[in-house]
Design a protein around this ligand. Structure first.
Ligand code: ATP
Ligand code: MG
Length: 423
């Protein structure tokens, strides 16, 4: 049980890596044991309906705490061990991506690890991050020495000045502090905070996709988040406060039915694309206010599709417009990966293809030893990505070999052609 009432700050590590996805509709926790013949093994899985969240933001600390506690406890019980720290995702706090250039003097000496540390020092970015925001990620994307850009790794080179291009992700301090507070109230330490779209992308993209360039869209219950990779690097992230729950609410309002029935109708009969048979198929819709013996009214399926389609269209159009605004609509090519619970709506992929002019596939968590069938679906992509991130982070700390697709902060990135041309 994790309600002993005493804090467990800086407890000795037991070698487990734990990921906690605090979503709008569900909380999930994965615990992994690194090492082993087949790589890291998942030893604990917890999964709960989420309370106290709205559009990726904590709105009720007590409820959020209770959801997280029960989820973590279930995962710990399965693992047979307690965890002391977690890698967690952040969807709230309006995360913002920016590309930043920074330069330091070298004075003609050979560039070494110390110079790299100096140029990547988060303190250098103080001017770039407004007071109300906090730095979440700084991902080096390429270096320059004396104006010669496109240097992948400048160590060993000589020069007077060294520059770096970085992808910087920041978020509003308030929502980040609330997340930290809730995690602390569960007597857990924060090992890392990862912006949600980055986590989802790490969970379901292949190395090849990242290298070729790809856009990953995680459609959750209360948010739709976007990550763009180019030349192996994360170059852009965005989080929109709209998701599958909005579709459900539209159905409840439009068909005058309770939310739980709207959710059921959406998953059973919903479709983002209209089809010729929709007018002929009749569906039973329980009426609102008659919970005990709900009297149903009958509507053609086309009415349901007529509610679902415009909302899904709106979400994809918003994503398209935001990508365009940031100049990231073309950068990553036509590859698109759709993940998250709301991506399971039939017709979502076809609609994404059309609206975004890309070619989509569904993204599920990358295979890992011990991953149960129940946690292999798209709703677990972000949690699996947090685990990948955590495993990469630990491997970097201990000098062990990094697992595939882990992208811990601070590793030296390659420069992309697009960045060379546009930065
Ligand atoms: N088969 C399905 N068809 C359509 N929608 C579905 C299906 N299964 C789940 N959903 C929707 O997926 C959403 C939940 O997805 P997910 O678990 O990825 O969200 P979350 O991580 O809790 O939220 P967020 O990422 O926005 O904070 C809900 O809106 C639910 O209605
Ligand atoms: Mg989610």
């Amino acid at each position: 049980m994790r309600n002993s009432g005493k804090t467990q700050k800086s407890k000795p590590r037991n070698g487990l890596v734990a990921a906690l996805d605090v979503g709008t509709t569900k909380v999930c926790c994965l615990i992994a044991k690194p090492g082993g013949d087949h790589g890291p093994r998942i030893v604990g899985i917890g999964h709960q309906i989420s309370k106290g969240m709205r559009n990726g933001v904590i709105v009720d600390l007590d409820q959020a705490e209770a959801s997280i506690r029960t989820t973590v406890e279930a995962a710990e019980q399965m693992a047979g061990e307690n965890i002391h720290e977690v890698i967690v995702n952040l969807s709230g706090g309006r995360p913002k991506s920016r590309l930043v250039a920074y330069e330091v003097a070298i004075g003609g000496h050979e560039i070494g690890d110390g110079d790299i540390q100096r140029i990547l020092d988060p303190a250098n970015l103080a001017q770039e991050i407004p007071d109300e925001r906090e730095l979440l990620h700084r991902i080096p994307m390429g270096y320059g020495v004396d104006g010669n850009r496109g240097v992948a790794d400048p160590r060993g080179m000589y020069g007077e000045r060294m520059s770096v291009n970085m992808h910087v992700v920041s978020a509003l301090r308030g929502p980040l502090r609330n997340l930290e507070a809730v995690i602390r109230r569960c007597h857990l330490d924060l090992e890392g905070v990862v912006v949600s779209p980055y986590a989802a992308a790490l969970g379901c993209l292949s190395e090849e996709e990242k290298a070729l360039g790809v856009t990953c869209i995680d459609m959750g219950g209360g948010t739709t988040s976007v990550a763009v990779f180019f030349d192996g690097e994360l170059v852009h992230t965005d989080v929109l406060p709209i998701g599958g729950a909005h579709v459900t609410k539209d159905i409840a309002r439009g068909l005058v039915t309770p939310l739980n029935h709207a959710e059921r109708l959406k998953t059973l009969y919903g479709n983002a694309m209209a089809s010729a048979n929709d007018d002929r198929q009749l569906i039973q819709v329980p009426s609102v206010g008659e919970e005990e013996t709900p009297e149903a009214h009958t509507v053609p399926r086309s009415v349901l599709v007529g509610i679902v389609k415009p909302r899904m269209e709106e979400i994809f159009e918003l994503v398209r417009d935001r990508l365009k605004q940031g100049g990231f609509d073309q950068v990553a090519g036509r590859g698109l990966v759709l993940t998250g619970g709301a991506s399971q709506l039939p017709g979502a992929r076809e609609m994404a293809d059309t609206v975004l002019n890309k070619q989509a596939r569904f993204g599920r968590p990358l295979a890992m030893d011990g991953m149960a069938e129940a946690s292999a679906g798209p709703t677990f992509a972000a949690c699996a990505g947090l685990l990948q991130y955590g495993l990469g982070h630990r491997a970097e700390e201990t000098g062990a070999e990094m697992p595939q697709s882990a992208e811990p902060q601070g590793r030296f990135g390659r420069i992309g052609q697009w960045l060379r041309e546009n930065f």
